[in-house]
Structures are given as structure tokens and as C-alpha cells.
Design a protein around this ligand. Structure first.
Ligand SMILES: *Cc1c(COP(=O)(O)O)cnc(C)c1O
Length: 385
């Protein structure tokens, strides 16, 4: 009989752990050495080669979670994104990018790619036609993010993989908002999965890291560029991230369950104009989300009604913290127009549907009723008299 593959919580807890041969401790020892022997060894190890024992161990966990051969751990999500793109793009090449992506990734494309002579186009929308229209002779990469920031738009991964195959493009996805707990893009044929591990992978708002997963061939190619760009992560943080990831599936399931309940509840509140959450039946992308996701996400956005002052609402929250970043166990909230998407400028924000009244809530693992209570009291205080 074939042995049964381990379940997701077992992968999170055990895959890639380093056995403590010396003292028989229960968890992976931390190897802080930045200097390893180079003679009579199978592997020449060095932190910037992404192959210290702790880096290697954690990479195995990420690869297994993403249903891939291999992975690399980076110093930040942006180090992962920039390195992945620069590994497959050279002067004169072109990349098709989905409209509405994480603000930092948008800035990288717009500010850095031109310096390398790399061309890019953002799509006008999310349909097959929108993507096909932008593909040129020189296109090498297609880049998506789903669910996307901040409106939780869903891109059809199977469709993207099909287009990529037809035009021989490398497909990349920022899988930060879903995590492999909620969706596995490799199962739909996407080539490269990218994460800001600062978010759900870390999950406690206390570290900054990134990850990339893919086939061995793709990861070897990314490694070649990665060792030159130097965006590796310190072993101490790698070790901390391994600890966090043991509870990844537990946390993401709790975040997603809470977010769906909060989204349904907000939708019924007359002080809320609109709720953006792919797990709502009323959402036009519900069917697509259901098809390609196991669960939805812990992230949602909503628009306050015109009679609620967004600043007073935010100031009045007592438990939910108005703070940058997302995906910690605690609920946090931001106004994208003032933070992640501030640099876009008003015209571009308007085009993407990011108004002053739009708030993005990272739903924590607190009791749902406590989150609701906090929102309710802040809505009352925020009412314009
Ligand atoms: C935060 C974030 C990033 C960037 O990650 P850093 O760890 O801040 O560099 C990229 N994509 C998404 C979706 C994010 O939320």
C-alpha cells in the first residue's frame, strides 16, 4: 500500500525540520554560522547562497505546501518579487502585469524595470481578453495577484496558466493573501508562487521575510539571480519563521472563517455601502473564487456610508488597530488611499476604485463577536451629525 501523504497541519508542523542529533531536542536547532567548510563537503554553504541548514529546511516546508519541487526564502516579499522577475527578464523583454497589485510591487515595476530596459503593460481588467490584448512578441512573463489588494479581485488561475502555455510565458502569482492553505496555484498550472512571508506565513506582525516556490528548474534559475542580488534572510529570522509556520494552517483557517462571518455581517449593515470579499454569494466572482480556492481569505475591504467620517471611525476603534501591514493574529485596518496606494496618485486610485471611504480590514483570530462590537461602536461615534 502506498503511504498516505501527510495532511496540511502535519506538513506545517514537521516538513523540513532539522533533527537535533546531538541533544535530541524536539525542535530544529538554529545554525547561525555564516562560515562553513568548503573541502570534502557535498554542498558549499553560505547564507547568501540560500543554503544554510535552516534556510534549506524551511524551503522544504514552503515547497511542500505549494505542491512544488523547491523554494527559496528571502529577506522580504519585495526581495522575492524583484528577484523572481529579474531572473526571467532581460533588456528588451516584456511583462504583462495584472491591474491592481500590491502597492510596493507596482512601484517596483514602474520605478525599477525601466532602468533595466524591461518593458511592461498593466491589464485594463481581469478577463482573458484583457490579458491576451497586452501580450507582445517580446513578452516573457505574466504576473498576477489573486485575491488582489485592496479590492480582493479574483483572477482565473487556470486561464492564466493556459495563456502562459500557449505563448510560452512564465506565469507568476503573488499568493500572499490566500496562502497555500486556501489555494494552490501550482495545481492550476501556475509556474512561480511568491509570498510576502511578513504576512500570514509569519502571522504575528513581528518579522519581515519572503518566499518563492516552483519547479526545480525554475528555482535553479531564480537562485542564479538571487545569489547575485543578495536578498537572503538571516538564519535567526528563518528559524522564527519556521516556528510561525507550524501554525499556518490553523491560523489561516481561523482568519478565513472570521473574515467570512464579518463580511456577511457588514453586508447587512446600513452604514456600509459596499463589502469586497470573494466569499460572499453576492460577489460577482464568488463562483470563480469557489472553483479555485479551498477557503477565501482573512482579508476584506469595505466602503463606509457617506454619513460616516472615516477618520473618526478609525480613531474610535478600540481593539482593531489602524496600522500598516496585515495578516497578524490581531485585527488591523488601513485606509489604502493613504497608505499602500498613496503613491498611485488620485486619478489612478479613482480608476482602480480606491476611494477615501474604502477601508481594508485584516481580520484577526479574536472572537468574531468582539470584532463586531468594536466596529459597531466606532460606526456610532463616526456618524456625521
Ligand atoms: C506586503 C506585501 C508584499 C511585500 O512584502 P514585504 O514583505 O513587505 O516586502 C507583496 N505582496 C503583497 C500582497 C503584500 O501584502
Amino acid at each position: 500500500m502506498k503511504p498516505k501523504a501527510p495532511g496540511i497541519n502535519t506538513i506545517c508542523t514537521h516538513v523540513g525540520e532539522i533533527k537535533d542529533q546531538q541533544f535530541k531536542g524536539a525542535i530544529s536547532p538554529l545554525y547561525m554560522s555564516s562560515s562553513y567548510a568548503y573541502e570534502n563537503v557535498d554542498v558549499k554553504r553560505y547564507p547568501r547562497y540560500f543554503n544554510t541548514p535552516n534556510q534549506e529546511g524551511l524551503s522544504k516546508k514552503v515547497a511542500r505546501l505549494e505542491h512544488c519541487d523547491a523554494a527559496l526564502i528571502f529577506g522580504s516579499g519585495m526581495a522575492a518579487i524583484s528577484t523572481a522577475l529579474l531572473s526571467f527578464l532581460s533588456k528588451g523583454d516584456h511583462v504583462v502585469i495584472q491591474q491592481s497589485i500590491y502597492g510596493g510591487a507596482f512601484n517596483f515595476m514602474v520605478e525599477e524595470l525601466p532602468k533595466y530596459g524591461i518593458e511592461f503593460d498593466f491589464t485594463e481588467g481581469f478577463s482573458e481578453d484583457d490579458f491576451r490584448k497586452k501580450i507582445k512578441e517580446s513578452t516573457k512573463v505574466i504576473y498576477i495577484e489573486t485575491p488582489s489588494n485592496p479590492l480582493m479581485k479574483i483572477t482565473d488561475m487556470e486561464m492564466i496558466a493556459r495563456i502562459a502555455k500557449e505563448f510560452k510565458l512564465v506565469s507568476m502569482i503573488d499568493n500572499t493573501f490566500a496562502t497555500p492553505v486556501n489555494q494552490r496555484p501550482a495545481d492550476f498550472g501556475i509556474d512561480i508562487m511568491i509570498h510576502s512571508a511578513t504576512k500570514y506565513f509569519g502571522g504575528h506582525s513581528d518579522l519581515c521575510a519572503g518566499a518563492v516556490a516552483g519547479s526545480q528548474e525554475h528555482i535553479d534559475r531564480i537562485w542564479n539571480t538571487a545569489k547575485n542580488l543578495g536578498g537572503s534572510l538571516s538564519d535567526y529570522t528563518v528559524w522564527l519563521l519556521e516556528r510561525s509556520m507550524k501554525t499556518l494552517a490553523l491560523r489561516v483557517k481561523a482568519h478565513s472563517r472570521n473574515a467570512r462571518k464579518i463580511a456577511k455581517w457588514l453586508e447587512k449593515n446600513s452604514n456600509i455601502k459596499k463589502v469586497y470579499y470573494p466569499g460572499l454569494r453576492s460577489n460577482p466572482e464568488f463562483k470563480l473564487a469557489k472553483k479555485q480556492m479551498k477557503r477565501y481569505t482573512g482579508m476584506l475591504s469595505f466602503e463606509l456610508g457617506n454619513d460616516i467620517d472615516p477618520n473618526i471611525f478609525l480613531e474610535s476603534l478600540e481593539m482593531i488597530k489602524p496600522s500598516m501591514s496585515l495578516a497578524g493574529v490581531e485585527s488591523t485596518i488601513i485606509a489604502p488611499s493613504k497608505t499602500s496606494h498613496a503613491l498611485l496618485g488620485e486619478a489612478e486610485r479613482k480608476k482602480q476604485g480606491i476611494g477615501e471611504n474604502l477601508l481594508r480590514l485584516s481580520v484577526g483570530i479574536e472572537e468574531v463577536d468582539d470584532i463586531k462590537t468594536d466596529i459597531l461602536q466606532a460606526l456610532i461615534k463616526g456618524k456625521i451629525k
